[in-house]
Design a protein around this ligand. Structure first.
Ligand code: 5MM
Length: 338
């Protein structure tokens, strides 16, 4: 398969990406919230339960894994990447080493992980990965994001993407403008514009073939502490407008992060965007919390109750599958939940 074909397969109509790449620290927070011990056995058990769900075949085009997970064998025998591929989904891997303090800047980060990346990529390909992910993080405050943070993160994202294509995998480019803060939707629009522009400048300089990439952006949305709430329609209009103006047409697929939105908000907003999507972009989800929150709660209630955990996951995957076609509704949400 060409990189372009893989990028389209991951985000095929009606499907999206499951972001199950929580690093050990992040999964620790998630498990703490449900009183589950953060040990390898439990991490495998939760993820394997999701990857064995019936929704995988119909609604999931790709799964982003963490280094530990891509090396694990399921308790039934096959490796985790084999289990994912069996459902027709593409296994992928998070390859960044996290957002680290950016020297010379106050409280901003740059994502690290370029040293030794070429060698790590070779190994991940052997383990079955066909796409990768790298996340840059930008916080909106009076002083940030600074041009130092926007430029350094874009440079790292582009060098990462070039190495990944050299290794014959599709890079997911994830520049996340965080929802934290009291900024309004227009500020988010402006910052997202600046961030995307700089990313695509650098990607061009580093000769990345955009046809073989996937963009994983934030939606254009007010900060979580903003008093002026925006309607779903306004979020959809501004998000699509921002993407149309700042993402080159060669990019085949755009898969949003959920970024702290509730599961329903994430489905509702994605649906509205797809209802008005008149671009050629395949627009879908690449959700972590937006797909897993309810399933995680069930896992916390009873780890052995696979049926309930899978039921919760299947429902969210199905709802987001509908949203990726602009076919979700509150009625269907209730009908299928029943
Ligand atoms: C699943 O969380 C991912 C990993 O985060 P850490 O490296 O901090 O552990 C994260 O990159 C995720 O893929 C995206 O942020 C999307 O997840 P949400 O929950 O925002 O949809």
């Amino acid at each position: 398969m060409t990189l372009n074909e893989i990028a389209k397969k991951m985000c095929a109509k009606g499907k999206g990406i499951l972001a199950a790449d929580e690093s050990t620290g992040t999964i620790a927070k998630r498990f703490k919230s449900i009183n589950v011990e953060n040990v390898e056995k439990n991490r495998l058990s939760f993820r394997q339960t999701l990857f064995n769900s019936s929704a995988m075949k119909d609604f999931i085009g790709g799964v982003i894994l963490f280094d530990e997970t891509i090396r694990q064998k399921t308790t039934q025998g096959p490796s985790i990447p084999e289990l994912i591929s069996k459902h027709g989904a593409v296994p992928g891997i998070k390859v960044d080493k996290g957002a680290k303090l950016l020297a010379g800047s106050i409280d901003e980060t740059v994502t690290e992980g370029l040293d030794g990346l070429r060698e790590r990529l070779r190994e991940y390909y052997e383990l079955g990965a066909r796409f990768t992910k790298w996340r840059a993080v930008y916080k909106i405050t009076d002083k940030s994001p600074s041009s130092q943070s926007i430029k350094s993160n874009a440079h790292a994202l582009a060098r990462y993407a070039a190495l990944v294509q050299e290794a014959k995998m599709v890079p997911i480019i994830e520049p996340e403008v965080l929802m934290d803060g009291s900024h309004n939707i227009d500020k988010c629009y402006q910052v997202t514009t600046n961030v995307l522009n700089e990313c695509y400048n650098e990607l061009e300089i580093h000769k990345v073939d955009l046809k073989g990439t996937v963009l994983k952006p934030n939606m254009v949305i007010p900060g979580s502490g903003c008093k002026d709430k925006s309607s779903t329609k306004e979020i959809a209009n501004k998000t699509l407008d921002c993407l149309r103006k700042n993402v080159p047409a060669d990019v085949p697929s755009i898969a949003f992060l959920s970024g702290g939105q509730s599961e329903i908000e994430a489905s509702k907003n994605l649906n509205e965007i797809n209802k008005i999507n008149d671009s050629n972009f395949l627009i879908t989800f690449s959700y972590g919390r937006g797909l897993q929150a309810s399933a995680l709660k069930e896992f916390g209630k009873n780890q052995e109750n696979i049926e309930n955990i899978q039921k919760a996951f299947n429902h969210r995957a199905r709802m987001n599958g509908l949203s990726s076609k602009g076919e979700w509704s509150e009625d269907l949400e209730k009908e299928f939940a029943a």
